[in-house]
Design a protein around this ligand. Structure first.
Ligand SMILES: NC(=O)c1ccc[n+]([C@@H]2O[C@H](COP(=O)([O-])OP(=O)(O)OC[C@H]3O[C@@H](n4cnc5c(N)ncnc54)[C@H](OP(=O)(O)O)[C@@H]3O)[C@@H](O)[C@H]2O)c1
Length: 236
């Protein structure tokens, strides 16, 4: 065990953006703790994986405790785990509402509480939420109020926590993606989804990992919602 390397926790790390963000931190020499429900064990000594539902208060507690036990510190938390269900407002079901609040909001809340406790003891830290540009730019072609409700909460909480902890050397930022090519979107939908961006293409996973790494390095940036959306937030 060593405290020489920085340590990042990435939620929703089994696939898509979370998997790529975890790999990006590993390739920078970080020790990484990745978590999701179905994540597989890792044989990389610098990468600890922990399976669990992020909406369960026990998962965030265990993830932070294991990061401290194995790697000695928590420098960065990427709150990436999330689910997206597009639906007309009145067609949303009670289970969909419950699941989106649990994963998108409870997962952020419990994990972040434990991470901030560790960061306060260390005297530094950085937290990044993955939100969505639909929060700022609703789209008549993609009715999805539960994405706005939950990710909008994360955007507001990003600014609130940034201010609460600014004087204590913990930065809090968000990346707000447009539509990114991950397993969330079936390939046959890519053409239609590309057309929803002023740049007329979907985002690549690397567009998001670059934004996360920029924020990680940007020591004077906090409370920022960094849009990586091919121009969506600027207008249609
Ligand atoms: N792709 C996009 O176009 C896009 C756009 C805007 C925002 N985002 C946001 O970016 C984040 C990642 O999206 P993605 O495209 O990479 O999605 P994805 O491919 O569907 O991956 C989602 C990840 O979250 C994990 N997860 C889901 N429910 C969970 C739960 N209850 N507990 C723990 N982990 C859970 C999944 O792992 P398990 O199934 O193993 O639990 C998986 O690792 C999400 O927050 C999403 O809302 C994505």
């Amino acid at each position: 065990m060593s405290n020489e390397h920085k340590v990042a926790i990435v939620t929703g790390a089994s696939q898509g953006l979370g998997e790529a963000i975890a790999r990006a931190f590993l390739s920078r020499g970080y020790r990484v703790v990745g978590t999701s429900r179905s994540i597989k064990p890792s044989d990389n000594p610098n990468y600890l994986t922990i399976a669990g539902d992020i909406g369960d208060p026990a998962t965030g507690k265990q993830v932070v405790a294991q990061a401290l036990a194995r790697f000695g510190r928590v420098d960065t938390l990427i709150n990436n785990a999330g689910i997206f269900v597009a639906s007309e407002f009145t067609a949303y079901t009670e289970p969909q509402y419950r699941d989106m609040l649990s994963t998108n909001l409870n997962g952020f809340f419990y994990t972040t509480q434990h991470a901030v406790e560790a960061m306060l003891k260390q005297g530094s830290g950085h937290i990044v939420q993955i939100t969505t540009t639909l929060v700022d730019q609703a789209n008549s072609k993609v009715p999805s109020v539960l994405a706005s409700l939950t990710k909008g909460g994360l955007a507001a909480a990003t600014r609130s926590l940034a201010i609460e902890y600014a004087s204590r050397n913990i930065r809090v930022n968000a990346v707000s993606p447009g539509i990114i090519k991950t397993p969330m979107h079936a390939p046959e939908t890519h053409g239609a989804l590309a057309a929803l961006h002023p740049m007329k293409r979907m985002g690549e996973v690397t567009d998001v990992t670059q934004a996360v790494l920029y924020l990680e390095d940007a020591g004077f940036v906090t409370g920022e919602i960094l849009h990586v959306d091919g121009g969506q937030v600027a207008g249609a």
